[in-house]
Design a protein around this ligand. Structure first.
Ligand SMILES: C[S@@+](CC[C@H](N)C(=O)[O-])C[C@H]1O[C@@H](n2cnc3c(N)ncnc32)[C@H](O)[C@@H]1O
Length: 277
């Protein structure tokens, strides 16, 4: 486990992931019933952007720094900015566990899971103030199998692997299929990198087939590209695949994509329904 998210915290990939994650969550929270959330690859929970690692890469400067300097008219972008601002003021960036924890309602519960020893310890400290959050330290896919299905709760699972393993895309699609067998109503939110020949397209196709087999009515994908999708040997962008996506997701992404790319000063966001019935 060599991947350390602190080098990348607040970069464009975090920005797009967390914006869309908040959109999905806010839709799921429109219903009063409790929500069970699993953040399967949780990371540290909070990142000090003044530390050596993010200063060395400077990735946050072309991501969250530009977003925080922008004035948005779009309400989803404004909501994201609002979630980040208290951290940003102190030179910090919130990871997915803290962004989600801030938005929990009394009836919601969350499990945040991180395998790395040091990161899991840090995460535990950051999550201490949140009584509705349980921190676990196991393999993410094991955590997913244990989490699904939730009794009397709708489920939202955030799957954000580091893609260190060569077979991550294959494992991911197998585990998504297993997850849908355990709960065909869970909303699964998957982050993936866009690189030429990476296996992302096969993963998307197989997850869509699994979703079709289980009768899901909505699967959505959106991608942020900083370089052409098939450019060789570069990190061209990232994608978000949402199974059991909210019906509002397409319009919400449509409404924010131009404004977000203008704030970043580069890139484009594309999206489509893979299933919409
Ligand atoms: C991309 S980072 C997570 C970032 C976080 N989701 C966020 O948005 O703030 C991926 C994390 O998964 C952890 N990880 C790697 N392999 C894992 C595994 N098999 N199970 C659980 N966590 C794992 C890494 O230590 C890393 O902290």
């Amino acid at each position: 486990m060599n991947y350390r998210h602190i080098y990348h915290a607040g970069n464009f990939a975090d920005v797009i992931k967390h914006c869309v994650m908040i959109m999905v969550l806010s839709h799921l929270q429109q219903k009063d019933g409790g929500l069970g959330i699993l953040d399967a690859f949780a990371g540290l929970g909070r990142y000090d952007l003044t530390a050596d690692a993010p200063q060395k890469t400077g990735e946050y400067k072309s991501g969250i720094e530009r977003v925080m300097l922008a004035k948005f008219t779009n309400s989803d972008l404004a909501a994201y900015q609002k979630a980040v601002r208290p951290f940003w003021k102190r030179g910090r960036y919130p990871g997915s566990p803290l962004i989600l924890a801030y938005k929990l309602r009394l009836q919601d519960r969350m499990v945040v899971n991180e395998l790395h020893n040091d990161d899991a310890r840090t995460l535990r400290n950051f999550m201490n103030p949140y009584p509705h959050v349980q921190v676990t330290q196991e393999d993410a896919y094991q955590a997913m199998r244990a989490f699904l299905p939730q009794k009397n709760m709708r489920e939202f699972v955030v799957i954000d692997p580091p893609f260190e393993r060569k077979d991550e895309f294959e494992v991911l699609q197998i585990e998504v299929e297993k997850a849908l067998k355990k709960s065909s109503t869970a909303t699964l939110f998957i982050w993936y990198p866009v690189k030429a020949g990476s296996g992302a397209d096969v993963m998307i196709e197989n997850c869509t087939k699994a979703a079709q087999n289980k009768g899901l009515s909505r699967v959505h994908v959106c991608e942020f590209l900083q370089f052409p999708r098939d450019q060789i040997d570069t990190f061209n962008g990232c994608g978000l695949l949402t199974l059991n996506a909210p019906f509002t997701l397409f319009d919400r992404v449509e409404n924010f994509r131009t404004e977000l790319c203008a704030a970043l000063g580069y890139g484009e966001i594309t999206q489509r329904w893979l299933i919409n019935s």
